[in-house]
Design a protein around this ligand. Structure first.
Ligand SMILES: CC(C)(COP(=O)(O)OP(=O)(O)OC[C@H]1O[C@@H](n2cnc3c(N)ncnc32)[C@H](O)[C@@H]1OP(=O)(O)O)[C@@H](O)C(=O)NCCC(=O)NCCS
Length: 180
């Protein structure tokens, strides 16, 4: 996992285009007319956000094949006072169901809880997005409830489940894993 640079435009663009049918169902920005200009704008914004401590986007790549973009995992503060961060992700369609997203989010949790001292990590998942629900469950998140008509996706206001994981829950799970 690494932060983005301007050099990532072509490989990121290829990954998004190859997966647009899937991404389009759940992510507002993944319009079917998504263009290279959108990728360039994303990279510019991602680099600025990182510099200004507004959000941290990571590009997921295989070590043995660094030119192939596998997906994105990002996190950003939703409450500095409450020490709450939100996490978002997508994985290119031909690499799904291999545990990549779960592993990438786990790395973000390490960064958020161990390095940054955050208190709570949250996910907002469209109702019906069972793959993403499963990622939340595998990482020990608790479903807090449903946020009504939270995001406009392809012209429909979509309810989203709100999931969270607390730092002490994360640490207890880590201890459990180490004891095994
Ligand atoms: C959601 C997403 C990121 C998951 O990525 P991934 O790398 O496949 O995730 P993982 O392999 O770590 O885990 C996925 C789990 O969901 C399960 N799954 C996949 N599709 C499923 C479906 N339609 N119904 C139920 N479970 C499903 C997998 O079997 C796996 O669970 P398992 O390990 O118990 O078998 C990916 O599907 C994606 O990019 N979707 C489109 C964008 C998106 O929805 N982003 C998230 C917005 S909140």
């Amino acid at each position: 996992m690494q932060r983005f640079t301007r050099r990532d435009a072509a490989t990121l663009d290829e990954a998004i285009r190859s997966s647009l049918a899937e991404l389009n169902q759940w992510l507002p920005w993944a319009r079917m007319d998504y263009s290279s200009a959108d990728t360039v704008a994303f990279l510019r914004e991602s680099m600025a956000a990182w510099r200004e401590d507004r959000a941290w986007d990571y590009s997921i790549r295989w070590k043995h094949d660094p030119d192939r973009h596998i997906g994105n995992v990002s996190f950003w503060p939703v409450s500095r006072l409450g020490k709450i961060v939100e996490i978002g992700y997508w994985i290119r369609t031909d690499e799904t169901r291999k545990g990549i997203c779960t592993e990438a989010v786990d790395r973000i949790l390490q960064e958020a809880f161990d390095s940054m001292g955050q208190h709570k990590a949250v996910l907002r998942i469209a109702v019906g997005n069972h793959a993403s629900d499963r990622v939340a469950q595998k990482l020990g998140f608790t479903k807090e409830g449903v946020l009504r008509e939270e995001l406009l996706i392809r012209g429909n206001w979509v309810d989203h489940s709100h999931w969270s994981l607390l730092d002490r829950e994360y640490r207890a799970m880590r201890r459990g894993e180490m004891a095994r």
